[in-house]
Design a binder for this molecule. Structure first.
Ligand SMILES: [Zn+2]
Length: 149
């Protein structure tokens, strides 16, 4: 289970496991009053050359394992939500990608995935614009730019 919460990646880069990790007040699954530390999982983020440790917790009652995920990132995507929205907005409103230290192919994948998801999950004849589609997909709990499996 992912525990999405505000954390400071720069500080995590500097302090590693010594970072003042927030701790869930109770188990999100069974509401047990306390969870225990359960090691770390390494994750890659854009702008950070090495993997960063994300703290994991485990509930002693139900066995649920929670891994911290920075609240401004989608699962398994290394760029922040803000960067993704900025890129898509500029491409869709001005017809060009912003100049960023990101491979252009990644930006094109986001757009292609968004396009596919809109057609699969909203409607084949979506005419409200892809940015609106992005919001609708988010409302449905989807990651709008994630690969369609
Ligand atoms: Zn539990």
């Amino acid at each position: 289970m992912i525990w999405s919460i505000a954390v400071d990646l720069k500080q995590i880069q500097q302090q590693g496991k010594g970072y003042a990790w927030p701790r869930p007040e109770s188990c999100p699954r069974c509401r047990h009053w306390q969870v225990w530390g359960h090691g770390y999982a390494l994750r890659y983020f854009n702008g950070f050359p090495t993997a960063l440790p994300m703290k994991c917790y485990r509930c002693p009652q139900c066995g649920c394992v929670m891994t911290v995920r920075p609240a401004d990132y989608f699962s398994r995507i290394r760029s922040t939500m803000a960067v993704i929205v900025t890129c898509l907005t500029q491409r869709l409103t001005q017809g060009r990608w912003p100049v960023l230290p990101l491979p252009r192919s990644r930006l094109r994948h986001w757009l292609a995935n968004l396009n596919r998801r809109v057609r699969i999950h909203l409607t084949e004849t979506w005419s409200d614009g892809l940015l609106t589609g992005y919001d609708r997909l988010l409302e449905r709990g989807q990651i709008p730019v994630a690969r369609v499996s």
